[in-house]
Design a protein around this ligand. Structure first.
Ligand SMILES: [Zn+2]
Length: 338
C-alpha cells in the first residue's frame, strides 16, 4: 500500500480492517491496514460471567473507541473481522457454544455486529473466524510464515488450538472448525479430556495441564522446590523455571511435556507435509527450553523425507495475534469474494 495517511486519501481503496478478538479472559479490538500494522488497540477484561449481551455491548464500545483512536475514517474501513473460540459457524456467522464463553449459545454474532456498527460502518461485511485458524492466517500473512505456502500453527496456552494453511489457504472444514489439534487423541485410553475424548494433546500438554501434572506429583509427596508455592501458584511458567534450575520433579514434568508435544508435532508433519510448524501461545514464552526439544523429537519422529523439508519455529506476532488474526481472516474473506 502507499504511505498515505490513515483514512484520508486512501479512502477509495478502503484498505483498513476493524479487528475484534473475543477470548475467555479478555476482549481486544484494533484497526490495521493492509500491511497488518495495528494502528490502535485496546484490551479489556472479558468478564464472561456477565453473559453475551453485556459482553457484546462492551465489545461494540471497544470497537468504536479503537476506530476513533486510529485516525482512520470509517469510510476507509473495508470490513470487520472477529476472532472467537469455537465451535462456531463461520458461514452463517453464528457462535455455537465455545467452552470458554459460558452462555454463548447459538449467538448470531455477525448479524448483531453488522447492526450495531451500522451507523458508522454502513453495514460493511463482518466476518467470523475460529481464533486458532485466524491466528494461523495472521502468522501466514504477517508473521513467521510469510512466504510459506504450507504451514501448521499451534497455540499452547490455557488450551491447545491449531490452524492449518495448505497452498496458502486456511483449511476450514464444513463449518470453520477444522484443525482442533489440541483434541488429537494421542493415547486411545489415556487421560480424560473435557471434550469427551481421552488422551488428547491438550489434556496433557496445555499450560493448565502442565501445572496440573506438577501439582499431582507434589500432592503425591515428591520433593521439589515447587512445594514452597501454594498449589494455585504452580503454573507452567513456574514448572519451566524450576526445570531450568534442575528441580527433578519439574524436569520430569517438562521432559514428559516436550516428549508428548514432540510426538504430536511429528504427527502433524506426517499429516500435512508442512514447511513450517509455528508454535505460539503463552507457554512458548520460555523459548528454546520448549522449541529445541520439541523440534528435535518431532523431526526424529516424522518421516525423514518430510522432516527434511520441515522446521519448527516460534510465532512472531506476540500479544497482538488475536487482533491481527481477525484482520487477516477478514482480508482473506474479502479477497475470496472479490
Ligand atoms: Zn479433547
Amino acid at each position: 500500500m502507499s504511505g498515505a495517511p490513515p483514512g484520508g486519501s486512501a479512502a477509495g481503496a478502503a484498505p483498513f480492517i476493524l479487528g475484534l478478538d473475543i477470548g475467555g479472559t479478555k476482549l481486544a479490538a484494533g484497526v490495521a491496514g493492509e500491511d497488518g500494522r495495528v494502528l490502535s488497540r485496546e484490551v479489556i477484561p472479558a468478564r464472561t460471567e456477565e453473559g453475551p449481551e453485556a459482553m457484546i455491548a462492551r465489545l461494540v464500545e471497544l470497537g468504536r473507541r479503537v476506530l476513533a483512536a486510529s485516525g482512520v475514517s470509517p469510510a476507509a474501513i473495508a470490513a470487520t473481522g472477529i476472532s472467537c473460540g469455537g465451535p462456531l459457524d463461520i458461514r452463517d456467522g453464528i457462535v455455537r457454544e465455545p467452552t470458554n464463553l459460558p452462555g454463548w449459545i447459538d449467538i448470531p454474532l455477525v448479524s448483531r455486529l453488522t447492526d450495531d456498527f451500522a451507523d458508522v460502518l454502513e453495514r460493511k461485511p463482518v466476518y467470523l473466524e475460529n481464533d486458532a485458524n485466524a491466528a494461523a492466517m495472521a502468522e501466514h500473512r504477517y508473521g513467521a510464515g510469510r512466504g510459506v505456502r504450507n504451514l501448521v500453527y499451534l497455540t499452547i496456552s490455557t488450551g491447545i488450538g491449531g490452524g492449518v494453511i495448505v497452498s496458502d489457504r486456511v483449511v476450514e472444514g464444513e463449518s470453520g472448525n477444522a484443525a482442533e489439534i489440541g483434541h488429537m487423541s494421542l493415547c486411545h485410553d489415556g487421560w480424560a479430556c473435557p471434550c469427551g475424548s481421552r488422551g488428547c494433546l491438550e489434556a496433557f500438554a496445555s499450560g493448565t495441564n502442565i501445572a496440573r501434572r506438577a501439582r499431582e506429583r507434589l500432592a503425591g509427596g515428591q520433593p521439589s522446590s515447587l512445594s514452597a508455592l501454594s498449589p494455585e501458584a504452580v503454573t507452567a511458567r513456574e514448572v519451566a523455571a524450576a526445570a531450568r534450575a534442575g528441580d527433578p520433579l519439574a524436569c520430569a514434568v517438562w521432559d514428559e511435556t516436550v516428549a508428548v508435544l514432540g510426538a504430536g508435532v511429528g504427527s502433524i508433519i506426517n499429516l500435512f507435509n508442512p514447511r513450517l510448524v509455528i508454535l505460539g501461545g503463552g507457554v512458548t514464552a520460555v523459548g528454546d527450553q520448549l522449541i529445541e526439544p520439541v523440534r528435535r523429537i518431532a523431526l526424529e519422529r516424522a518421516f525423514s523425507s518430510m522432516a527434511a523439508e520441515a522446521d519448527v519455529v516460534i510465532a512472531e506476532l506476540g500479544t497482538d495475534i488475536g487482533i491481527v488474526g481477525a484482520v487477516a481472516a477478514a482480508q482473506a474473506r474479502l479477497a475470496e469474494q472479490a
